[in-house]
Design a protein. Sequence first.
Length: 103
Amino acid sequence: MLGWWQWTRFQSVSGTFQNLGYALQWPLFAGFCVWAYRKFVRYEQAPPRPRKDRGMTEIPEGLLPERPKPRPWPADDPALRKYNAYLAELARSDADKQNRTIA
């Protein structure tokens, strides 16, 4: 129905090739939906395939690359101390603002 509407729209005076494309696409979309529905119905009706229990498997050693190890962060870094002090000040000011609004 939508394909027919697009086909008549393409044949009209104001029709474009975009309408022709849609006229050809709508039947394809409908066909795909019918095909997918039938496939899912058959999939649900089919008995499940028996699984062969082969036990646990392991990844061979050396197959995956080694994970990078984190660098130790220097404890006496002045930028880190300054940033931590800034965060502590923000936390204090936020707590002070909340105390003022509650009280």
